[in-house]
Design a protein. Sequence first.
Lengths: 456, 456
Amino acid sequence: MFKIHGFNYVLCLSASVSLNLFFFYLFLSHEPELELTWTKEAALEAEAVASLSCSGHGRAFLDGSIGSDGKPICECYSCYKGPDCSEFSLECPANAESGDPLFLESYWMQHAASSAVVVAGWHRMSYVLSDGSSISIKLKTLIQRLHAIVGNANTTDRFIVFGDGSTQLLNAAVHALSEAGSSHPASVVASVPYYTAYARQTEFFKSDEFGWEGDALKWKTTNDSSTDFVEFVTSPNNPDGQLRQPTLRGPSVKTIHDHAYYWPHFTAIPAPADEDVMLFSISKITGHAGSRFGWALIKDENVYQTMTTYSELNTMGASRDTQLRAFKLLKAVLKDGGNDFFDFGHNRMSDRWLRLNNILSTSNRFSLQKLAPKYCSYFKKITDPSPAYAWLKCEREEEKDCNSVLKAAGIIGREGSFFGAESRYVRLSLLKTPDDFDWLLQRLKALIAEEGPKTI
Amino acid sequence: MFKIHGFNYVLCLSASVSLNLFFFYLFLSHEPELELTWTKEAALEAEAVASLSCSGHGRAFLDGSIGSDGKPICECYSCYKGPDCSEFSLECPANAESGDPLFLESYWMQHAASSAVVVAGWHRMSYVLSDGSSISIKLKTLIQRLHAIVGNANTTDRFIVFGDGSTQLLNAAVHALSEAGSSHPASVVASVPYYTAYARQTEFFKSDEFGWEGDALKWKTTNDSSTDFVEFVTSPNNPDGQLRQPTLRGPSVKTIHDHAYYWPHFTAIPAPADEDVMLFSISKITGHAGSRFGWALIKDENVYQTMTTYSELNTMGASRDTQLRAFKLLKAVLKDGGNDFFDFGHNRMSDRWLRLNNILSTSNRFSLQKLAPKYCSYFKKITDPSPAYAWLKCEREEEKDCNSVLKAAGIIGREGSFFGAESRYVRLSLLKTPDDFDWLLQRLKALIAEEGPKTI
């Protein structure tokens, strides 16, 4: 019996020791987790907010409202409501008014780890960086690399100015270029249809040095060499997506090339832009409109100096917090040379353009701008059009107020007169969330279905 | 022997089983760590950069330079150099020129967890928040609570405008107040000594509506009611720390009250400010000059509307990234009603003022502005002076260029003429790092020691 007992003991003991060894192995092989300390609270807080799905029709933010249960409240996309954004309102108009670049939001949700940034409480509190400027050298270098990789702008021998959005740089450039001219006030112009902000901003900030003079085309045939001109040239153009050249040329003309949309999402890139004053914005590359960050590539040193002084006296440079975020986002974009990111952007935008065209192709009443496939030096192939906006025209003679026609059908666009054009045109934004875009298509489909079959 | 063996088996087995039970208890009692997912990489990166001590004479940043070993490079405080900022240069001048509020940097390093913020890649990409504005409602509410707790401004019946630093709001207010006047251009003025930016900014952005006209005092005795005036009143004043009232009054005078320094760090708070146009900046409360964030409290709706339009057309509002950070920082400040934070701020600044005065008290050659202890409604006691700047005067008749006198002694200040004052005055910043301040005191001590004993 003892022997049996003894045998049992041996068996049990060896089993028990094996188990001990197993536990010990577990203990040894357990990789010591890199322990987070001061960042942990903020990281948990951010993940908790992000974990709210809001039914895929909204999202919660760290600085959003908090419910009575202490939990963050979902901020719903347009037309959705309810605590989890699951209630869709069929009466809701399709709002295609603003250029909110939310088509990229889901990209960043899918690339959460590479795009997150932790801002320490003591991050860059100073007015200046270590070289005495207000500009992050690392971000500047990254922007130069971005342009080199995308091939959309030549940064060689160019100064870089940062702005609180390219919005700030528009007027900074007007200021610098008109100051550099010989006659004042300089006439600031743009060819119809043009981005509204040029007119509104120039009128609001007008001075002895410059004033808004509207359509560039009406000055083309005048031989008024006593007036200095500053022309805004937007390429691709907002609202119609066309690649543009200056309308005015000559010794008394200076040009601001607004290349906000000159990225592979929105257009084929035929060649690097190589002008004296070029503006870009993070809003239309990564989609971060709310961050208010843009940059200018400037050839002339005096123009650069005046724009830098403008930025200094206006806002003392762009927020260093935003510069850090822009740095992280652009680093995420360039991780694989931009392939993943620009593929996503172009696929999404060209798909939208295609679907919109399919619907509009059945209409006699409405038409879209014509855009052709083109060779893109970034993708190294011919790519389909993928504009940021539809520039819609009401074709019926009597429908001069196109925006009202759309409005009656529950579609909100931005009317042509905003762009200096006829009210027969309306700009529809194709940049918004998938929800917004799908709803726009449905509304358009219903409107066009009223026409009956298309006559040829 | 078997028995002995048996005994051994029993003993070993019970020990082994106990060990197993212990391991099992460990396994059960191990609290499952709240696992971070997408924030982890960014959090580890931030902690790695923050772990560089830079000998306490510098710090590394996430968007700073990277060495050839792949590690971040320390950015050293002035006068320190070397890979770990441990080398002090005795030839280095004491630079007290800028108003960089780095005296608060160590506070945020000590409160790292409560002030850190994680910005998700998809945080507030839109131009607008859910209410259609560019202003975070939660931040607005927090600012109102901050003023209520500190008791430095009445926010009741006031609109709030956010700016890219209060710098942007200065000109937005000039614009709005001169537009509201009846005669143009309005004369923009401030009493000497005044903050340089008022003059430089107003001159740079001058228009048909307003222009810079210098010292307010020279207009006090004119009975020119045909001119509209906009007066900047800085209280406490930059450079001399005095609480100020307007110099000009009357129906054609509008006043911008710049309260950037009206916080318990820098002055006793006698009562809440209650004016029509009041400006504040995060730079001088939390010390985040680099974030470029300020706000205006505005009574009149038209003035508010014009300032909002200014902000929209100039930069489309303050960066939403910065708004999130300001929200987190102000929440950290108010954690305990602000006690810990304002105690730190006031102790540091009043200590600096005391030490500076002790040194200057032995001098016939230099003098400081006079500031008396006052009752502070926030601390509920009489507090010692704690100004942001010393307004130093060279007392010797022949030393009209005080800045040169200091410069020869290795001290860099900002000369009086910058503030519209005599060059016999120099502003010395007391806001910078402890290293900067200590070096300034040493340089001053050496300079004053040259005088010999003070004559009375």
